[in-house]
Design a binder for this molecule. Structure first.
Ligand code: BG6
Length: 295
């Protein structure tokens, strides 16, 4: 629980009925439902909501590192630390649609001595989670360097989308782009397909992606539109059958019902000088596919 407020999680509800649930553990969005109460994020039935690991599903925040190398744990520590509710946040960043009229919560993570031992940089990581009048889910991220020296980090919002059947899903917006294939030692390839479809394990970092990506769930006749600012890369991940079985906090068949599309800043790490701030924003909406008219 958050020491100051005693809170464990927060529920946002907009007047139309859409909701979002955020756990302070990880500053982690664990549920996002539309006005009909349909869950739009995947959350594993085996998810564990306490240390040492991140919650399996929802939107883990990967900071100060995406991936696993060096002394830092895989995907950094922000996703498995307790964040605090920020009752007096610094002024919001100048992104569209950040007004106080929509239900939102401000969270913050500052390093304790434990974190400073593994990553010796004083920082403030802010996240505003907001649910809009059309049920869209927005995360606004800010990282501040409160240290006396510069630091460098990579970042991702590791969004797990809920899909009815992965073999009926396609992604539009990543065609012809270069990607690093995590399954082939990060070798660089160029995407050849018209749209990305799934019939085996996928773990790729698409580079220099557009600000808008569409994930089309054919079975559900639903399209997720993911819009992003400050996050040039997009990780696409599905563990498929074998890796699913190897993960203790993930059901054997759950890979069929999820897809991670992760807005990220990975290829070019971000460096902040003392006093500087970095901002990023992600907005996801879920619309009937018939409403969606392409890119
Ligand atoms: C993805 C990575 O973002 O996260 C994969 O590209 C990784 O390589 C996956 O397997 C899950 O990571 P974790 O640490 O949450 O099991």
């Amino acid at each position: 629980k958050d020491g100051a407020t005693g809170m464990e999680k927060v529920l946002l509800r907009e007047p139309g009925g859409a909701t979002a649930q955020i756990h302070l553990y990880g500053g982690h969005v664990t549920s996002w439902r539309n006005e009909r109460g349909e869950e739009l994020l995947f959350l594993s039935s085996k998810a564990i909501f306490k240390p040492p690991k991140a919650i399996r599903g929802g939107i883990p925040v990967c900071f100060p590192q995406f991936g696993g190398f060096g002394a830092l744990e895989q995907h950094g520590f922000a996703r498995n630390r307790m964040w605090a509710v920020d009752i007096n946040p610094p002024p919001p960043p100048p992104f569209a649609g950040t007004g106080p009229n929509k239900p939102y919560i401000d969270l913050v993570l500052k390093p304790s001595d434990d974190e400073l031992k593994i990553w010796p940089h004083n920082f403030e990581l802010y996240q505003r989670v907001m649910i809009g009048f059309n049920g869209e889910l927005t995360s606004i991220i800010r990282v501040r360097n409160t240290d006396t020296k510069p630091f460098t980090f990579t970042f991702a919002l590791h969004t797990y989308l809920s899909v009815s059947d992965i073999s009926e899903v396609r992604i539009e917006g990543l065609e012809t782009l270069d990607f690093l294939d995590n399954l082939q030692e990060k070798e660089r390839f160029t995407e050849q397909g018209d749209a990305i479809t799934f019939d085996s394990e996928v773990d790729r970092i698409y580079l220099g992606t557009p600000t808008k990506i569409a994930i089309i769930d054919h079975d559900k006749k639903r399209t997720f539109v993911l819009k992003k600012e400050g996050l040039p890369d997009a990780v696409v991940w599905n563990p498929w059958e074998k890796k699913a079985k190897a993960m203790a906090d993930f059901g054997d068949d759950e890979y069929k019902h999820m897809l991670c599309v992760e807005a990220a800043a990975v290829e070019k790490a971000i460096t902040l000088k003392p006093g500087e701030e970095w901002k990023a924003r992600q907005e996801i909406s879920a619309v009937p596919s018939s409403y969606f008219s392409g890119q």
